[in-house]
Design a protein around this ligand. Structure first.
Ligand code: PCA
Length: 216
């Protein structure tokens, strides 16, 4: 039986009619790479519910790797997230009109979890392929960070070998056209970036050591 890679993307939020994370992830449904096959799932942009969908998908599919993907309008490149923090602090309401402020995601959980994807290797390979990318030191405090933290907590609690992490992507050009001055990336490039992220994760069980931090 094939081993499973779970990719998740989000439904549109914040008055957008499209979310590039789901548009990209859905194109990879059924992609076979060696002994692996990709399953794609869409998540609601709703605190709590999004995490429930992820937890159920992980339980059902028992994936070896999970890469959750989300839109980060205004980001300049493919942002490979390093860390998920144990806080919800929403700058806008979610799709159920709830705006959670300063609430921990898991009571008594650790302050943060690190991605277990080879984040530096992924950035390296994306750049080598001519795709703008960087390590990001924060996934924000909205639904994406919420999902990222809950996913890493699940992996930690289970003590499985499942590797997991989060990638934020910029707007599509059609979205950026409505937000003048923001960066964008073509959908085909985002899809290619996710393929590279998957292949790099399969190729590297240990990350490469390469500077990717910030001075501030
Ligand atoms: N981006 C949001 C939530 C859903 C999405 O695609 C975020 O960055 O939190």
């Amino acid at each position: 039986m094939k081993k499973i890679i779970l990719l998740t993307g989000f439904e549109p939020f914040n008055k957008e009619t499209i979310n590039p994370s789901w548009e990209a992830v859905r194109q990879l449904e059924g992609w076979h790479e060696g002994e692996f096959v990709v399953h794609a799932r869409q998540l609601p942009c709703v605190f709590g519910r999004a995490l429930k969908v992820v937890h159920q998908a992980v339980e059902e599919l028992q994936p070896s790797i999970v890469i959750a993907v989300g839109q980060a309008g205004g980001r300049l490149d493919i942002s490979v997230e390093r860390i998920a923090i144990n806080i919800d602090d929403a700058p806008i309401p979610d799709n159920q009109h709830r705006q959670i402020v300063d609430q921990t995601i898991i009571n008594g959980g650790p302050a943060a979890y690190f991605s277990t994807l080879p984040i530096k290797a992924i950035v390296h390979e994306l750049r080598a392929a001519g795709l703008p990318a960087s390590v990001s030191q924060t996934a924000g405090t909205f639904v994406c960070n919420h999902v990222f933290y809950g996913l890493m907590h699940q992996a930690h609690e289970w003590g499985t070998t499942m590797r997991a992490g989060f990638i934020h992507i910029p707007y599509l050009p059609e979205q950026a056209a409505r937000h003048p001055g923001t960066a964008s990336m073509q959908l085909a490039d985002v899809v290619e970036a996710l393929r590279i992220a998957v292949r790099t994760t399969l190729a590297h069980t240990i990350d490469v050591r390469e500077a990717g931090g910030l001075t501030h």
